[in-house]
Design a binder for this molecule. Structure first.
Ligand SMILES: Cc1cc2nc3c(=O)[nH]c(=O)nc-3n(C[C@H](O)[C@H](O)[C@H](O)COP(=O)(O)OP(=O)(O)OC[C@H]3O[C@@H](n4cnc5c(N)ncnc54)[C@H](O)[C@@H]3O)c2cc1C
Length: 445
């Protein structure tokens, strides 16, 4: 039976998780079970798949397993932007290519992402999830005139797509953030901001009756067949259908091994600001900024009045990080914080610092659909899994249940991840690319 040679492993350091009330995870698997469908991974993709499959197949017995407690992996470590528009991370301006726009690829991305937002909103309303779901959009913020130049290409792309946006000048950026740091911005209204850990926990705690969730249940061995057989520490699973929703860790199951590129991103979150500190900062009570340069810093003011700085990238080929890395990233984030907030709130310290994994591919390709006999996957979200994971998990459930739609047919034709040279060559290439981006980010970092 093939073994899974790397399992998810994170310290309990995420600010999104630790700023919430403690939650009791569901018990881990402690017996042998047989199910109609097993969903592997309880992040955005897995939980959306579980909800949708249960709706479409109410007579199926469905199980969903995760190696960790829900929210402890990337789904509870990200910046919580459920982005509706094309957002190409490897482009200096985020825009897709003109060719992409011409062949309708950008419109397809928008339809796909808005499918996630519609489904997310439906579940949040149905289960009254307390997750700071906020339909306030995002602001692309430029710290310099040079940074603002990339906004021109971004806005031209939005014009071509007929998508709304509002340009913000320096005064408007001050009115929004309370700080005199940004040169200008572009607000796009369709992105949803969410407390990511609260969102996935809410989805996990409101699963339909025909779904059993097993947390802290790593799948360590697997045998694809009829049925498929999976081993976990205290019980095995026999499943007719498997839905792989474990993003970059799918490579450990032999899926697209030579094409998936793991990257680590890092963030820090302050303690809650006092009423005096909030007044001193000024600006609006909640906002989120995406940097004009992809290697810049994402900055958020959360609903519970903390500031979050997300900056720092590293190759993720080890699929984990150590305390030294976190300390180095925290220093970089503190510099980023002090440049922005140092004149107003120099004493506001970080309470949490953490990292998390992304799964990228060279060509923004994705693994979606049936990849073997009764074996299906929704993986490789290219760093945008809040929307893409939710949408691809929902659509994968529809595919497995035999449901048909134009969106599903189009997504089944989405490009696959392109081949990459193996580690260490790919890792060296990634490191060089990160260095190039970071050295160009300047005041945006
Ligand atoms: C700091 C940071 C900021 C980010 N900001 C954003 C953002 O603002 N917007 C955005 O869209 N994306 C963002 N991302 C990316 C986003 O978090 C990911 O794209 C997203 O989590 C992927 O969703 P997923 O459901 O496909 O996979 P995951 O959320 O990674 O879920 C996969 C699950 O599979 C489980 N698993 C893996 N292997 C096994 C196994 N062998 N046995 C059992 N379980 C297993 C894992 O424990 C995990 O819970 C950010 C990421 C980071 C780290």
């Amino acid at each position: 039976m093939p073994k899974v040679n790397k399992l998810p492993q994170y310290p309990n350091d995420s600010g999104w998780v630790n700023s919430l009330a403690r939650r009791q995870p569901k018990p881990s698997l402690a017996k042998d079970i047989k199910v109609d469908a097993l969903i592997l991974g309880a992040g955005f993709a897995g939980l959306a798949a579980a909800h949708r499959l249960a709706e479409l197949k109410p007579d199926w017995h469905i199980a969903i397993v995760d190696a960790l407690a829900v929210g402890m992996a990337s789904a509870g470590r990200n910046s919580g932007f459920m982005i509706d528009l094309p957002h190409t991370l490897d482009s200096d301006s985020y825009t897709s290519s003109a060719a992409g726009a011409a062949d309708n690829a950008d419109q397809q991305v928008i339809d796909f992402n808005r499918n996630a937002i519609d489904y997310g909103r439906k579940l949040v309303q149905r289960y009254k999830l307390d997750c700071d779901w906020s339909e306030t959009g995002k602001v692309h913020a430029a710290a310099t005139a040079q940074g603002a130049k990339s906004h021109q290409a971004f806005m031209a792309g939005l014009d071509a797509l007929g998508e709304a946006y509002t340009e913000l000048n320096k005064e408007q950026m001050i009115a929004l953030t309370g700080i005199d740091y940004y040169h200008s911005g572009v607000h796009t209204p369709g992105t949803v901001a969410v407390q990511p850990a609260a969102f996935v926990r809410g989805l996990a705690d409101n699963l339909p009756a025909n779904v059993s969730l097993y947390e802290n249940t790593p799948v360590s061995d697997y045998q694809w067949g009829s049925p498929h057989v999976l081993k976990t520490p205290n019980g095995s699973i026999k499943a007719q259908q498997i839905l792989l929703c474990n993003n970059g860790f799918a490579a450990m199951f032999g899926v697209s091994k030579a094409s998936l590129l793991p990257l680590l991103l890092f963030a820090s979150m302050t303690r809650v600001m006092s009423a005096e500190e909030q007044a001193l900062l000024g600006g609006e009570a909640q906002w989120g900024l995406v940097p004009s340069h992809p290697a810049g810093a994402t900055i958020k003011r959360t609903a519970d009045q903390r500031l979050v700085v997300r900056t720092g990238i590293k190759s993720g080929h080890k699929m984990r990080y150590d305390a030294r890395t976190i300390a180095a990233m925290q220093r970089m984030q503190r510099e980023s914080y002090m440049r922005r907030f140092g004149s107003k709130l120099p004493e506001l310290e970080f309470e949490f610092s953490w990292g998390g994994l992304l799964c990228m591919s060279r060509n923004e390709g994705t693994v979606f659909g049936t990849i073997g006999s009764n074996l299906h996957a929704a993986i490789c979200q290219n760093g945008l899994g809040v929307a893409r994971g939710t949408s691809s998990g929902k659509l994968l459930a529809e595919h497995v249940a035999g449901h048909d739609s134009e969106l599903l047919r189009k997504h089944l034709r989405a490009p696959k991840p392109a081949w990459m040279p193996p580690h260490p060559i790919s890792t060296m290439g990634v490191a060089a690319n990160i260095w190039r981006h970071e050295s160009m980010a300047g005041a945006e970092a």
